[in-house]
Ligand binder design. Sequence first.
Ligand code: BG6
Length: 508
Amino acid sequence: MVSRVNEKSRKPSNFFGAKRDPDDCLLIIFGGSGDLAKRKLFPALGNLMFKKMLPEKFRILAVGRKPMEVDTLLSMGKYPEGFKDHFEYVQTDYSPEGIAKLKSVCDQVCKDHGIPQNYLHYLAVPPEGYADLAKALRDGGLVHRARAKFWSRLVVEKPYGHDLDSAIELDENLLSSFAEKQIYRIDHYLGKDSVQNLMVFRFANSVFEPIWNHHYIDHVQINSSEVLGVEERADYFDKSGVLRDMVQNHLMQIFCLVTMEPPVNLAAEAIRDEKVKVLRALRPIDLEASPPVAVRGQYGAGEVKGNPAAAYRNEKGVAPGSSTETFVALRLNIDNTRWAGVPFYLRSGKRMVRKGTEVVVTFKRLPNILFNTRGQHVQSNRIVFKIQPQEAILLELTTKNPGQSFELSDTSMNFCYSDHFDTSSDAYERLLLDAVLGDPTLFVRSDETELSWSFIDPLLKHWMEHPKGKEFPNYRAGSDGPQEAVDIILPTDPPTHWTDFSKWDNVC
Ligand code: BG6
């Protein structure tokens, strides 16, 4: 459904509100007959057009190898009137001849519609094709120099490499055709409003920033659970696993936004610089720690929402006896003065009991003096950021029950985005528009990607060198993950546990 918008919001704004006019341009989507384009990119462009946020003059060229009807491409999603007039499918391959054909279509379209030769190239193709395609675009005259009269930008989907070496190699290849400032590496979590809000919450509210450190914060949990299993994506996922698929990118980005220092200003580079500093201060994972600080899991058969669910190893396309992890839990430390001694627990898994992404910041307990009449501890205060499916911020407090005695209750102040705002816009809308506007804030810079890979690379290698045989599967589909994940939580008095995230599932 295309959502209604307020007239006032029709001109796009940058990360923190400055209104800008997008340049007229061509949006060239490679992999234009693929799933991502059909499910996400075209509907997002349709919504942007409806909201009048796209440039005055633009054309979308969906590029693919297969013959394809425009109506088939636009069969998923609702499009505003006139969208089809801006859209065409170019059937071609990515050989020099194929790119020459594309170039002549681009020239003609620009001429016919009076559009300057500004090109947004979006690579929604399998990652093995990124380097060659970028080079073919360069050789075929579809890339302008960084400071030329017209601009060209390259949007790259994840996965960005499959380990540190391949990410560096991919960078080298892309950077031989495009300048770093022309490359927009997608992490769709950065397009989620609730993720962007982590930064606003921290730096725009004077009550929280002074206590956002090891003096007051006990520990932080970042969770991303999915109910879905590997679905139709075993080909990709079985070679990837959750550490690459979710942790290296999405969870590490959330982690950086929760922990970074305030940037000197809101320019993209200033924000990215601060994320990079956090990644630099990460303590390397101790691979020999006992109990381990990094736990992997794989789901076995179980039950999901009342239906039987197959074991990962029995899913279509999964290698027999696969050792690929469908669950990861990590304990991290940042060796800087703000976060000295604070454990960060990250967890992500497929085929879990519920879907939800949240960050829970737990504050230190008060000394157990005033309100311990029943020998019980007062609960720790917590701030909960619910990233999805509902978007909310909750503050857990202790309050007094009405009456004469000092009976205490745990209460929660809940702020649900949907009560106040239209929360229907999709991450891809935001990211596509930012790429058109040339705002790289919500995209990942080369050094962020490399540092994040270098952090997890030793663990990836260690796990590859120690495949799991009979130890997998180690959790039931439809559960909370493997028992071993419980042991990465440091012992405390009273004990700390993985949060029961489901308790907030219905607050909004
Ligand atoms: C993708 C992963 O990047 O993110 C998928 O490749 C995962 O495996 C998805 O399911 C989760 O995204 P979201 O927005 O549904 O949390």
